[in-house]
Design a protein around this ligand. Structure first.
Ligand code: SF4
Length: 66
């Protein structure tokens, strides 16, 4: 998994060696319970570094209160 052919620009602003290496990014977040990768969020929400599913739902206007 050290080579990733995905060379899309990474919008995540966190200082991280996995920028642009989406497969490593997703695996890292999954394996370390770090929530949702930054590229799923809007620019404003990404900048808060809250990677929770709740933050993602707020950002996307999804009501999870039931
Ligand atoms: S979402 Fe996480 S793993 Fe991915 S580039 Fe940003 S800080 Fe790194």
């Amino acid at each position: 998994m050290s080579v990733c052919s995905n060379n899309r620009p990474c919008p995540c602003t966190f200082d991280c060696p996995r920028h642009g290496r989406c497969c490593e990014c997703v695996a890292h977040h999954r394996d370390n319970n770090e929530g949702v990768p930054g590229c799923f969020f809007s620019t404003a929400a990404e900048a808060t570094y809250d990677r929770s599913i709740e933050a993602l739902c707020r950002d996307r206007g999804i009501n999870i209160q039931g």
